[in-house]
Design a protein around this ligand. Sequence first.
Ligand SMILES: Cc1cc2nc3c(=O)[nH]c(=O)nc-3n(C[C@H](O)[C@H](O)[C@H](O)COP(=O)(O)OP(=O)(O)OC[C@H]3O[C@@H](n4cnc5c(N)ncnc54)[C@H](O)[C@@H]3O)c2cc1C
Length: 383
Amino acid sequence: MLDYRLGEEHEALRKTVEQFAREVVAPAIGDYYERDAFPYDIVRQMGDMGLFGLPFGEEHGGMGGDYFALCLAIEELARVDSSVAITLEAGVSLGAVPIARFGTPEQKAEWLPRLCTGEMLGAFGLTEPGCGSDAGGTRTTARLDDGSWVVDGTKAFITNSGTDITGLVTVTAVTGQTPEGRKEISSIIVPAGTPGFTVAEKYSKVGWNASDTRGLSFAGCRVPEENLLGERGRGFAQFLQTLDEGRVAIAALAVGLAQGCLDESVTYAKQREAFGHPIGENQAIAFKLADMEVRAHTARLAYYRAAEKMLRGEPFKKEAAIAKLHASECAVTNAREATQIHGGYGFMNEFPVARMWRDAKVLEIGEGTSEVQRMLIARELGF
Ligand SMILES: Cc1cc2nc3c(=O)[nH]c(=O)nc-3n(C[C@H](O)[C@H](O)[C@H](O)COP(=O)(O)OP(=O)(O)OC[C@H]3O[C@@H](n4cnc5c(N)ncnc54)[C@H](O)[C@@H]3O)c2cc1C
């Protein structure tokens, strides 16, 4: 039977995060954003609420929830601010999930408890300065030498990689050649502070300014052989799986932003008067609001559907790509319309819609561009 109403636990979580976003994040985040500062205090409170442990078992210090619960939390945060939402999304789906899914019992015991409390953040380093969409073009290498992996290379645009609480980065690296002559790619856990691992200054970004994004370099960086994540040569398959799930979470983030733009615009359109009446009484504005509602609504259904298939254990690659593609494009359009509805004030940074406009664009780029999503969907259609 089709039923997309939230169950009691999911609804309780959604409400709690909604309240937290409204009461704690909203009043404080603008200041962090304008200073390009990482919101440690907010992240600590998100950790105290258990958000970083949502989809993990209690034996690892998690909340015993599911990935959909994580998506709901991300959506509610992004209704107010995307920097904190992406910090949670990347910390869990890129930082902790690969360890939970592919790690040895020792790796899980070492990292998951601190990742689940948010006391420590994990990052995932796939993209390189020379390749992002074409991730098979990885040039970073790792060679075995006397019981250690020696990592050399560079990574670009890595979220959560250089905060004071970053504990590890899992990097993809070429570890040899397959029998067919292709690159053998493996994933290796590099703890923060390992000699030979350098984290660059934060990028100056258009948006997500209160989120930490950096370039990384590795020069003769040695980590124990046991830091291989999962099987040697499975790195490519691991990140494809990680990204399929991550796309559902990014779609949730995009829905939150699309909804936040609508929330702000409805309020503004009722208050702001022009030509003697509220601007929302003009059908041109009311229709914009109606279209924004349609986008948020349909994008939410798309990610619910992808999450449902994921939780059932059914193939969900196409649904995840559809949700990510549709939700990110809806977010960009809603952000543009929200700015328009706010007129000149929409271009002023003190208004949340200005931040949302700056934050929206990257949703069409990160964790697979819109073109990559279309490639995935077309491939599922046989092209
Ligand atoms: C703020 C931010 C945070 C990020 N966080 C992380 C992170 O934590 N970890 C990580 O590993 N990466 C991260 N990324 C990297 C992100 O995933 C990549 O930027 C993205 O995958 C695109 O790769 P690229 O930038 O190399 O673009 P390219 O791959 O060079 O693409 C450039 C353009 O060409 C298009 N294109 C490429 N190939 C094709 C094709 N075959 N057909 C049609 N069009 C094509 C693309 O769609 C795009 O429009 C982050 C990026 C940003 C901006």
